[in-house]
Design a protein around this ligand. Structure first.
Ligand code: FAD
Length: 363
């Protein structure tokens, strides 16, 4: 799995990051990407933290523009989720679907025959991380050539990723299959060879771009399995004289309300498990990350109504997140590049213009 890092080590990783090299190499498999997404998606750090820290190191917005734009993709997806369920197509229905419920065994067993993709899949199974470009190649192969349903595939990849996040994940799957974009994304072997620095030829993807839309690949369909369902590890011990701070797999900020004493609980809400399951190793990794960074945290696996009977709701706090929206407790704002933005964000590039203007005015 990805390294279990303490907050200070994550800060050091940000400090060691070179956003200028990133701009030049980010599309390459061995490019200077940040690998910060597991800590961003788990809410240990925020996009605002990363931006401010790099700014404090002396990088100008212009110098780090390529990187800030990627952070903005994350923010854009999160803002969409505040208004739109990522399980629902944003624009169109996927045009071509061979199977709604099953996935290609070639993908699940990392035997597509495209070496760079198979290695990236093995890496994902082992570490819970995959480079963005490889995610795009995998998603294109799964939906646009094998014909799997994007939602089935998105759920599978979500379960494996340390940075699993429904906004970034499901909206990206939608983007690749054309459900959230005016066109479908394709990549051929030449493109994969260039960015993965591989040298493979005569594969089914070794063809020209005009042939890719018609390229339908036979596969062996299998049902993805989500056998692991977590159990509550132990009875909560709650001091009702103290406030309760609720953390979630999307909010593990060790700095949040850290100076006040309170009951600190990581709430695994089982009502979302069916749509958003994690593998056992991913579930354990997230719990270990929480315990490392918030030492007195207790873990609760279950449903809101059962948890709520243990709490004084008027003294219970969390951070705003779409999966917590229905629960009647105080929610602190998340940390954004563009705070106080209430509306649905519209197109990425219009949103980016607003973010850019706001950050330029701050300089
Ligand atoms: C099919 C598919 C599934 C994906 N699933 C997820 C997911 O579950 N969780 C997730 O965080 N990202 C997801 N992404 C987006 C992206 O691949 C990852 O954020 C990125 O690869 C993380 O690695 P990094 O931190 O080294 O990225 P870097 O390239 O260093 O980027 C820095 C940060 O910018 C953000 N970012 C970068 N690219 C994107 C993007 N395309 N969309 C949204 N944010 C982005 C991330 O927060 C990332 O940590 C997915 C992309 C695709 C194509």
């Amino acid at each position: 799995m990805m390294p279990l890092l303490h907050y200070a080590e994550i800060q050091a990783q940000i400090d060691a990051f070179d956003p200028i090299a990133y701009g030049k190499t980010r599309n390459y498999l061995d490019g200077a990407v940040s690998r910060l997404s597991p800590y961003l998606s788990r809410g240990v750090i925020s996009i605002g933290d990363v931006y401010q820290r790099l700014k404090a190191k002396g990088f100008t917005l212009h110098e780090m523009e390529a990187f800030v734009m990627e952070l903005c993709w994350r923010e854009h997806a999160q803002r969409i989720w505040q208004h739109h369920n990522p399980q629902v197509e944003l624009r169109n229905k996927q045009l071509w679907i061979q199977d709604y419920d099953y996935l290609p065994n070639e993908i699940l067993s990392a035997q597509t025959g495209i070496d760079a993709i198979d290695q990236a899949l093995l890496g994902l199974f082992k570490t819970g991380y995959m480079h963005n470009h490889m995610r795009m190649y995998v998603a294109s192969l799964v939906c646009n050539h094998y014909g799997a349903y994007w939602k089935t595939a998105a759920k599978w990849m979500f379960s494996l990723l340390c940075d699993a996040d429904a906004a970034s994940n499901h909206l990206s799957w939608q983007w690749v299959c054309g459900a959230n974009a005016p066109k479908v994304y394709f990549a051929n072997q030449e493109n994969i060879n260039k960015y993965a620095k591989s040298n493979q030829h005569q594969t089914f993807l070794d063809t020209s771009y005009d042939k890719l839309p018609q390229l339908k690949i036979e596969c062996d369909w299998v049902a993805p399995s989500y056998a692991f369902v977590p159990k509550n590890p132990k009875q909560l011990s709650i001091d009702t004289n103290l406030p309760t701070y609720l953390y979630t797999p999307y909010h593990l900020d060790p700095e949040w309300r850290y100076s006040t004493k309170g009951n600190r609980i990581l709430f695994w809400d089982l009502s979302h498990w069916q749509e958003y399951p994690f593998t056992e190793q991913n579930f354990n990794w997230i719990n270990d990350l929480a315990k490392l960074n918030i030492p007195d945290i207790q873990i609760y696996v279950g449903h809101w109504d059962n948890l709520a009977t243990n709490l004084k709701l008027e003294q219970c706090y969390t951070k705003e997140h779409p999966l917590m929206a229905a629960y009647p407790i105080d929610k602190d704002a998340r940390d954004w590049l563009l705070p106080d933005f209430e509306k649905a964000p519209g197109s990425f590039f219009n949103f980016w213009k607003k973010v850019h203007k706001h950050l330029s005015n701050e300089q």
